[in-house]
Design a protein around this ligand. Structure first.
Ligand SMILES: Nc1ncnc2c1ncn2[C@@H]1O[C@H](COP(=O)(O)OP(=O)(O)OP(=O)(O)O)[C@@H](O)[C@H]1O
Length: 400
């Protein structure tokens, strides 16, 4: 629980602005009673407590009325300061200091709020939070663990406003709502309902999804098991493949050797085939030769050799005779050639002459027609009318 230890006031309302005017109030626990005559400053102390904790000045003090009046001090400038020392909700010592300034102008007082500072011990080190860099009022609410509404309307309630529970219902309700943070609570409830609703929807979706996921999980587990089995099989297969590969290696070498042998055998079988076909050819030749042999020789090999020798000599002689004949034949062939050429020449001449004869025959026929035509025209009787005219007859006709 938070607790107020002491507070010093300077330059607020009737409290003077000089250092010697500074008043320090030590609060007793569990209860402190402020007793004094009217105008002694009891209300001011409560106002200062509220100001120090919430940062709020009393109502109707805008324009610097909360600060000690400069006219009273015969000063143009008054600096007011409230310093409050207390224990926060964790029991740690904290101190808050707030300052204001009132400057006397010709016809009015200018008011300024100066920086506030919250000092706090953290790990044996004093940390200062200024109102420049932190939200001092919010920080104080957190430190004291009491809401601003409670500080304002309950703990440090101004005497002039202490009758608020008797005021009209709407404002009473508003204050109670603020004190009990009902508005926030209602908002929070609404928010919780919204979140609950959305989470229920999410939950429904998640349930459906989880059903699907369960199915997927089971499927995945099944697949994982299958994968494991397959991997085991694969491993075993790899081992056996390795073994077989090792066994195959010498076999491959053997196969290479066998292939070499096979190609040699193929070459040899080709040679055998060729030999066989040659043999067959020779057998056929032998058969043919044997069929052409009319008289079988029954003598010895030497006699056969002698006979062959004789035959070769005869063949040589015949060849020499053939050569002689060929030599004699050559001029005869040349003569035949010349004769052929002459024959060709005569044939050409014969053709030409035949053409001349044909032309002469046509001219003669033409001549005969002319003679017959003339004899008919001039009524000349011809002895050989109707048959071809001889040259002499034609010449005779021309000399008539
Ligand atoms: N701006 C100011 N400058 C100087 N003095 C001021 C200023 N405002 C108020 N005062 C004086 O401060 C005193 C107010 O004191 P306060 O109201 O705190 O006394 P109180 O003890 O609460 O009196 P009561 O018992 O009548 O409520 C008054 O004497 C008033 O004249």
């Amino acid at each position: 629980m938070s607790m107020i230890d002491k507070m010093s006031i300077m330059g607020i309302r009737a409290f003077g602005p000089d250092d010697r005017d500074q008043q320090v109030i030590r609060f007793q626990h569990p209860l402190t009673l402020l007793v004094g005559p009217n105008g002694a400053g009891k209300t001011t102390i409560i106002e200062c407590l509220k100001y120090a904790t919430t940062g709020d000045q009393p109502q109707n003090t805008k324009g610097g009325a909360f600060v000690h009046d400069p006219k009273f001090a015969n000063e143009t400038e008054i600096k007011a300061k409230v310093r409050l020392q207390c224990r926060n909700v964790q029991g740690h010592l904290i101190q808050v200091e707030r300052s204001m300034m009132a400057i006397q102008k010709a016809s009015s007082i200018q008011f300024k709020t100066l920086d506030g500072v919250l000092s706090k011990k953290r790990n044996d080190e004093v940390v200062h939070l200024t109102s420049k860099c932190a939200e001092l009022n919010k920080q104080m609410v957190e430190e004291l663990g009491v809401s601003k509404a409670v500080l304002e309307h309950v703990i440090f309630c101004h005497q002039e406003e202490s009758n608020w529970p008797l005021s009209e219902g709407k404002s009473v309700k508003q204050k109670f709502d603020d004190i009990f943070a009902a508005t926030r609570y209602i908002k929070a409830l609404e928010e919780i309902r919204k979140v609950q609703k959305s989470q229920k929807a999410d939950l429904r979706d998640n349930k459906v999804e989880s059903t699907h996921l369960k199915v997927h999980c089971e499927g995945a587990a099944e697949k994982r098991r299958n994968l494991q089995t397959t991997e085991t099989k694969l491993q075993a297969s790899k081992v056996s493949v390795e073994k077989i590969t090792q066994q195959i290696k010498p076999l491959e070498t053997h196969i290479i050797e066998l292939r070499g042998k096979q190609s040699k055998i193929e070459v040899m079988s080709g040679q055998v085939e060729a030999t066989k076909s040659r043999l067959q050819q020779m057998l056929d030749d032998e058969k043919k030769l044997k069929s052409r042999i009319k008289n079988t020789f029954h003598g010895t090999d030497e006699q056969l050799a002698q006979l062959q020798n004789d035959q070769e000599k005869i063949v040589d002689r015949k060849r020499s005779q053939q050569l002689d004949c060929e030599r004699q034949l050559q001029p005869l062939e040349e003569q035949i050639n010349d004769f052929s050429k002459q024959k060709m020449k005569y044939s050409v001449e014969q053709g030409k002459l035949q053409q001349v004869v044909k032309n002469a025959e046509e001219q003669r026929k033409h001549r005969d027609e002319l003679i017959r035509g003339s004899s008919e025209e001039y009524n000349i009787s011809l002895p050989y009318i109707g048959s071809d005219l001889s040259s002499q007859e034609a010449t005779t006709f021309l000399h008539l």
